[in-house]
Design a protein around this ligand. Sequence first.
Ligand SMILES: *Cc1c(COP(=O)(O)O)cnc(C)c1O
Length: 377
Amino acid sequence: MIPFCKPSITELELNYAKKAVTGRICGDGPFTETATRLFFDKTGMSNVLMVSSCTHALELAALLCGLEPEDEVIIPSFTFSSTANAFILRGAKPVFCEIDPRTMNIDTNRIEELITEKTKAICPIDYAGVCCDIDSVNYIAERYNLKVVLDSAQSLGSKYKGRPAGFDSDYACFSFHETKNYTCGEGGAIFIKSNEEMKSAEIIREKGTDRSSFYRGEIDKYTWQNFGSSYLPSDILMAVLTAQLERFDEIKSKRISIWEKYFDGLGELEVKGLLKRPYIPEYSEHNAHIFYIFLNTATERNDLLNYLREKGIGAVFHYIPLHSSPYGKSYGYKSEDLPLTEEYSARLLRLPIFPDLTDDEIGYIIESVHQYFGDSK
Ligand SMILES: *Cc1c(COP(=O)(O)O)cnc(C)c1O
């Protein structure tokens, strides 16, 4: 069986993990510092805090937005539950926006019609590591005085108009979950544009205390300063992440090479009108987080999925759109409210992509897709 995803773990990750376990294992230890510095080296983003997950990064961002009950936040329906939960936990209401089916990212032409006097924030995602059109989102946000929280869970290493993903939003939330390009099992990072809010975030992340300033030697004792939670990761996880970030370019180039092999290998089938390959807008330089294809119908997607699984290929699909999921419906949505999201999510299929996928395996997967269409190479 070729799995759908498999983290690339080497001696480096094992050595650092071992070092961490026998050292200081709580949060904000030496490996958290190196991981944060490497993150800066790779992205140029300095106001970054390592956190326990992207889910927690989004929750932290939602707290910083100062949301109140009944406030509204505009998010795409084609995303993971965490994007919505972060705001719902603050009592806010998710308002689902349609996607641009070329990228599956938020359709920036459809945001403005959803804005009411209760709207406080927009939270787009960078699907498949392909940046959403953040300049257009920011343009709208500025006119209506809204915060922009970017769910950049999938886009570490991607660029928008040459700038690192997340750089242009008020907050950007990254993930180091097992399924993401760089992983420590569970983990995340948050970028915060405002220096002032960065200080508040440090306090929220550390149970509402100023322990972060204390660690830096800026104060001689730490106390309860504000509301907060515990969003910092153990240094054991940050040891694994340090190794992953040291291998940043290696992991990225391996993924890109696999992505390109799929893209080239399936080109003929697109020419024949049997499937569609991903579209990368000119402004986006992607990180090969996901390789997906669109089939012509949902039935065909499901058939191909079963066909590949029978051949031992761990192909998958996602997401059941939030607006048509059981909890989304409790907000009054019906499946037909967002027809493009509904249609394209049902036609989407993801192929395995991870750094250690071999050329033979990639060849076998491409050949199997051809065979499904009765088009053996
Ligand atoms: C993975 C993912 C998340 C959740 O990340 P965790 O680190 O597992 O909390 C949130 N949003 C999107 C778009 C994701 O892909």
